[in-house]
Write a new protein. Structure first.
Ligand code: ZN
Length: 151
């Protein structure tokens, strides 16, 4: 019953990110650079989810994200739900939306792309938000984020 407890345990102020696909939990942690913050972080994974099969949840005490920062996780957790907690109560619920452009996060699929050879940050235009298809700004190859390495 440890999992059950973790799922319901409350934080006073902060953000709860729910509905992260279980196999993308560590990707989301990387994208949000959670290894660089000193706040209390609780996460649990492999909870049952009707929508996702298995999901992960991250709870962050006293962390509130800017929209442009949190939207970066939409590449790997498009159904993520954010609960903003103030004084133990959910004061706001948010969803994430894939931005029009993605900087960094993943590699370009094209081995000949300049971003794979020089110190240039990858830059993609999102050409299909539903299918999550990304067009490389430099070589114009289409990359599927599920099939490439994260940076
Ligand atoms: Zn490229």
């Amino acid at each position: 019953m440890i999992n059950k407890k973790l799922e319901v345990s409350a934080i006073k102020d902060g953000t709860v990110i729910d509905h992260i696909p279980a196999d993308h939990l560590f990707m989301v942690i990387n994208i949000l650079k959670l290894n660089e913050i000193d706040n209390t972080i609780t996460f649990g994974t492999n909870f049952e989810s009707k929508k996702l099969g298995r999901k992960a949840i991250i709870k962050l005490s006293d962390v509130f994200f800017k929209e442009k920062d949190i939207n970066r996780i939409a590449l790997f957790a498009p159904q993520a739900k954010l609960n903003i907690i103030k004084d133990y109560k959910v004061v706001e619920k948010k969803t994430v939306e894939l931005p029009d452009e993605i900087f960094g996060i993943i590699r370009c699929v094209n081995p000949k792309c300049i971003t794979n050879h020089e110190k240039i940050k990858t830059h993609f235009k999102v050409i299909d938000k539903q299918a999550r298809m990304l067009l490389c700004h430099f070589c114009e190859k289409v990359t599927d984020p599920e099939k490439v390495d994260a940076l």
